[in-house]
Design a binder for this molecule. Structure first.
Ligand code: ATP
Ligand code: XMP
Ligand code: GLN
Ligand code: MG
Length: 541
């Protein structure tokens, strides 16, 4: 089906902003190409390499063919729809993409004798013409990152060499008359220091894409899109945690439709200390969001009593959350029926981000993984509501920039993520009210010290947990059999891998653990975890 995603006459970003289309051949770096373009304020979207060009109802300013794990000459190798060459726009092939261009024009690609992996130097060859534009303004010798085994055996007719390495005579190629370029190295990774200029030369210099993708430009267009989508009367409901994504999405809804957006926060009894009160103040008073906070902590803690298995805890919290949310939605719907200017609740807000979208459409062979949205999983279908996802085109740092653009304070915009099941998965064993109190109080001290020492932004996520086995301490001549507090702080970019934060001095750590042991009653000892992920995970269970 041909669709450009237009809703109620309101066009999506790729019809408003000049867009570079990235076709994904399954490289682990593909999303980085899109990221680098967005950082240049050039809008970019990724689609699988199997995308039929005839089904694309919008025209990109240029196309990038990504890298990929396959060999173009293999029988089952993926190939780009040849109609891409009828678009008459510039095309850049990266790694597999270069090989794909060479294969299309000449079928001269074969396995190389040597795999080329890691840092290497390329030498640029100049031709005095359009052919040089990819390397405009750059030095002749460039440090680049390579990751390939196949290589061109011969140039296709009408193609010339633009860069070489000692191992790869065709590290860069270009068509002699058409704007088609190929590079064997990866410009999108940070190991290629000048890579972003190569991408800029392609997108801005060659494709002439405007650099107008900013959150300032996005916000007004998105508000107009939401208004078009929801109409003059319908209402929207959304679960809001006080985390970055749901807060930014909620603020956008508030700007678009005011009080016809109903935010619901559930206090499940395992939030951070005073979290519900603080989120209520920040969102309702600070940001003017129509928010209801439901205190269901007793119900949650009651259902969690006696449960030690982490997956059971997650399930109980998820199910209880859905029960409460549904009741609240019914209550809001009933109350809303009597208002004149508002209609039915038809929509459910979800804070889906672009990485979730990319993950669900990326070309990774037959077993593409699709992320399920935990915490609110299944709610919109269950309640027969339509989904509204205003952040689905954005990366996390764009969500943060959007938050700042809309006046959301820094401490909300830069908040560490917090899991839906909260402290329940940070207490090993049974979740008792006393252990929750201990974890909350210790976490408060830990995070406030981290902020005080200005480590908060450098750390991606930090928390205090309760290990659930007891240890001995001596407190004022009294023997205490108390809890062990486990402190964690990690650095990560994608939460898939992570490293323990290592900039604390032992002296500083000793002072903070002293504070926790002294100020939180029932604590016998404090430890700091140094394991990375993998093998460990970020959360305790
Ligand atoms: N206590 C809660 N009350 C209401 N909704 C919640 C609660 N906890 C989680 N949610 C819902 O689950 C969604 C997913 O949670 P998740 O932690 O992944 O994202 P977030 O909280 O918005 O942002 P962040 O990743 O920064 O924490 C939230 O966006 C929110 O809709
Ligand atoms: O909403 C959530 N519900 C969960 O059940 C859950 N488990 C882990 N996380 C968060 O995911 C990231 C990676 O955590 P792990 O390394 O522990 O898997 C970290 O940011 C974790 O906080 C969760 N978030
Ligand atoms: N990173 C890539 O795109 C690799 C392309 C191809 N599979 C090769 O080994 O040469
Ligand atoms: Mg959260």
């Amino acid at each position: 089906m041909v669709t450009n995603g237009e809703i109620n006459g309101v066009p999506p970003p790729h019809t408003i902003f000049d867009t570079i289309l990235v076709l994904d051949f399954g490289s682990q770096y593909t999303h980085l190409i899109t990221r680098r373009l967005r950082e240049l304020n050039v809008y970019s979207e990724m689609l699988p390499c199997t995308q039929k060009i005839a089904d694309l109802a919008w025209k990109p300013k240029g196309v990038i063919l990504s890298g990929g794990p396959y060999s173009v000459y293999a029988e089952d190798a993926p190939h780009v729809d040849p109609a891409v060459f009828d678009l008459n726009v510039p095309i850049l092939g990266i790694c597999y993409g270069l090989q794909e261009l060479a294969w299309h024009f000449g079928k001269n690609v074969a396995a190389g004798e040597k795999r080329e992996y890691g840092r290497t130097n390329v030498q640029v060859t100049r031709h005095n013409g359009h052919i040089d534009h990819l390397f405009d303004g750059l030095e002749d010798g460039l440090e680049v990152w390579m990751s390939h085994g196949d290589k061109l055996s011969k140039l296709p007719d009408n193609w010339v060499t633009t860069a070489t390495t000692s191992n790869a005579p065709y590290a860069g190629i270009a068509h002699s008359s058409k704007p088609y370029y190929g590079i064997q190295f990866h410009p999108e990774v940070t190991h290629t220091p000048m890579g972003k200029y190569v991408i800029k030369n392609f997108a801005v210099g060659i494709c002439k894409a405007q650099q107008n993708w900013t959150m300032g430009a996005f916000v007004d267009k998105e508000i107009a899109r939401i208004r078009g989508l929801v109409g003059d009367k319908a209402q929207v409901i959304g679960a809001v945690s006080g985390g970055v994504d749901s807060t930014v999405a909620a603020k956008l809804m508030q700007k678009a439709i005011g009080d016809r957006f109903h935010a619901v926060m559930v206090d499940n009894g395992v939030l951070r200390l005073n979290e519900a009160i603080e989120v209520e103040q920040n969102l309702r008073e600070g940001l003017g969001i129509n928010l209801t906070v439901i205190d269901a902590s007793k119900l949650f803690l009651g259902r969690l009593a006696g449960v030690s298995d982490p997956e059971k805890k997650r399930k109980i919290i998820g199910n209880t959350f859905i029960d409460i949310f549904q009741d609240e939605a019914k209550r809001i719907a009933a109350a809303a029926e009597n208002t004149e200017r508002a209609g039915k609740i038809e929509w459910f807000l979800q804070g889906t981000l672009y990485p979730d979208v990319i993950e669900s459409i990326s070309f990774k062979g037959p077993s593409a993984t699709i992320k399920t949205h935990h915490n609110v999983g299944g709610l919109p279908e269950k309640m027969d509501l339509k989904l509204i996802e205003p952040l689905r085109e954005l990366f996390k740092d764009e969500v943060r920039a959007l938050g700042t653009e809309m006046g959301i304070p820094d401490d909300l915009v830069w908040r560490h993520p917090f899991p839906g099941p909260g402290i329940a998965i940070r207490i090993i064993g049974e979740v008792t009210p006393d252990r929750v109190r201990i974890a909350q109080e210790a976490d408060k001290i830990w995070i406030s010290e981290i902020k005080e020492a200005e480590y908060y932004r450098a750390i991606s996520q930090a928390y205090a947990a309760v290990l659930g086995v007891k240890a001995v301490a001596v407190v004022g001549d009294q023997r205490l059999h108390g809890e062990i507090i486990h402190l964690r702080a990690v650095q990560t970019t994608d939460f898939m891998t992570a490293d323990a934060f290592e900039d604390f001095s032992l002296k500083w750590l000793k002072r903070v653990s002293g504070r926790i042991a002294n100020e939180v009653s029932g604590v016998a000892r404090v430890v700091y975890e140094t394991t990375s992920k993998p093998p460990a995970t970020i959360e305790l269970e």
